[in-house]
Design a protein around this ligand. Structure first.
Ligand code: SF4
Length: 466
């Protein structure tokens, strides 16, 4: 969950509070919703208390996501009633994937919600807010998949995206993995035109961004219109973005193994700004389970893709998502997952027990795996992945890594940033070095981060060009 900042509140402005759940794409969407409301006089508020408009930007990926939203709405309702007693009015909106999937249910169980808006319709937020403000009671629902591309109707992104910025280049998914709600909540795949993305990236760089993370539910399926009217794939777009002066680092997430094409592999080989870290979810190491998940590749094909990428960029660090206890998963299937982890070697990973998502094909499968078996397998997988992550981090002790410092650390005088391999790195340095890429000699490796010393800071060691 993340708070989002827009321009500081000024007198006479209306107060907007956005609570963001889930992935970076939701963080990006929340920032764009704030951008949409800024011209209408809304400015950020640190809490929902006393806000004129509260938006919950929800995520449907994790278990019991809808229940968490309903519980949050209970607290928001009390604030709304208090506001009413004080003679004011608070509009409440639910956006994001839970809004898309459970719109009617939200209106039934939480009739005080004024607006329910899906992820493909939030560019209509100003109009929906105006309609809700006019209505005495009864909510406004828009969970359509509009024909007009949302991005054509969004204002330019605000310039406060920070040194490591997000930029959505693609949305939706046509893959229909049997466990996933994304094709239902985000709709069909859509790629933004390249010129629009380059323009937004240029503005982000002009406002101070040193790194841009390109976002999409299936980001490497990107196939946007090129500036000359042809088609660009992700590799072409990365090469164009790498020509922007001042943009030191490019990353992208989340990828599908089937969409790693030769152009993308070549970009990993040729483009130094493309960081040597890739989140490439595999979910399972068993071909039988991969088939049941409709992943459309085998374990061997995944390993071959990793090999192609590593030949192009030998220091490429990998991350993945794993689901254990998918319906029908046997001990042998799970062992195949452990074997794949051993063969690939991950720098970090996310792993979860399978939990059914209403409306997805796997939710209706009869051969669900008992909870204790799932828990046991998850513990074994996580222990193995942690061991790999720790070994990966420990291998950098004594090495010099270029670190983009993004913010103050938890301790006084400390900054935190990211290595090229996406490791969090802590080092002591003055706050005015935030936003710089500095060489750090790694001193210690924790399970989830590194600690080090900035090399020759006093001697004025300059920035690393990476
Ligand atoms: S490719 Fe990713 S987003 Fe698309 S259905 Fe599969 S898991 Fe969901």
């Amino acid at each position: 969950m993340t708070g989002i900042s827009v321009a500081p509140a000024a007198p006479m402005t209306k107060r907007l509070f956005i609570k963001t759940y889930g992935c970076q794409m939701n963080v990006y969407d929340s920032a764009r919703m704030a951008d949409l409301m800024t011209p209408l006089g809304y400015a950020s508020a640190p809490t929902a208390e006393g806000a004129d408009l509260v938006i919950l930007n929800t995520c449907h990926i994790r278990e019991k996501a809808a229940e968490k939203v309903f519980s949050e709405l209970g607290a928001i309702r009390r604030l709304k009633l208090r506001r009413q007693r004080e003679g004011g009015r608070m509009l409440v909106a639910v956006a994001g994937c839970v809004a898309q999937a459970e719109g009617a249910e939200i209106q039934r169980r939480a009739p005080f919600v004024d607006i329910v808006v899906g992820p493909q319709a939030y560019h209509r937020l100003p109009e929906l807010v105006a309609r809700a403000a006019r209505a005495e009671e009864g909510g406004v629902l828009d969970t359509s998949f509009p024909a007009e591309p949302k991005f054509d109707y969004l204002p330019e992104a605000s310039a406060s995206a920070g040194f490591a910025a997000f930029l959505t280049i693609q949305e939706g998914c046509d893959k229909f993995c049997t466990f996933c709600v994304v094709p239902y909540t985000r709709g069909a795949e859509y790629s933004r035109p390249a010129a629009e993305i380059i323009a937004e990236a240029s503005r982000l760089v002009a406002s101070g961004a040193r790194e841009i993370m390109l976002l999409g539910q299936n980001v490497n399926a990107y196939h946007g219109t090129a500036p000359d009217g042809g088609e660009w794939r992700l590799g072409d777009l990365i090469r164009a973005l790498a020509r922007l002066p001042g943009l030191a680092r490019i990353r992208y997430t989340t990828s599908h193994p089937r969409d790693v094409d030769d152009g993308l592999v070549a970009a990993h080989r040729d483009v130094p700004q493309l960081m040597p870290f890739l989140h490439l979810p595999v979910q399972s190491g068993s071909d039988r389970v991969l088939g049941a998940m409709n992943r459309r590749h085998t374990a061997d094909q995944y390993k071959a893709t990793v090999e192609r990428l590593r030949r192009a960029r030998p220091d490429l660090a990998l991350s993945s998502d794993f689901i254990v206890g998918f319906p029908g998963e046997t001990d042998q299937d799970f062992q195949a997952t452990l074997d794949l982890v051993g063969a690939v070697g991950y720098a970090q990973a996310f792993s979860f027990k399978y939990s059914p998502r209403p409306g997805t094909p796997a939710a209706a499968a009869e051969d669900q795996v008992p909870e204790p078996v799932k828990a046991e397998r998850l513990a074994a997988l996580q222990a193995f992945l942690q061991e790999q992550q720790h070994a990966f981090n420990a291998a950098y002790i004594g090495c010099r890594l270029p670190v983009l410092f993004e913010k103050p650390g938890r301790h006084q005088g400390q900054l935190v940033g990211r290595s090229p391999y996406l490791q969090a790195v802590h080092a002591e340095a003055p706050a005015d070095r935030i936003g710089e890429i500095l060489p750090v000699v790694i001193r210690a490796a924790q399970p989830n981060s590194l600690a080090g010393d900035i090399a020759n800071l006093a001697a004025g060691d300059g920035e690393w060009a990476v």
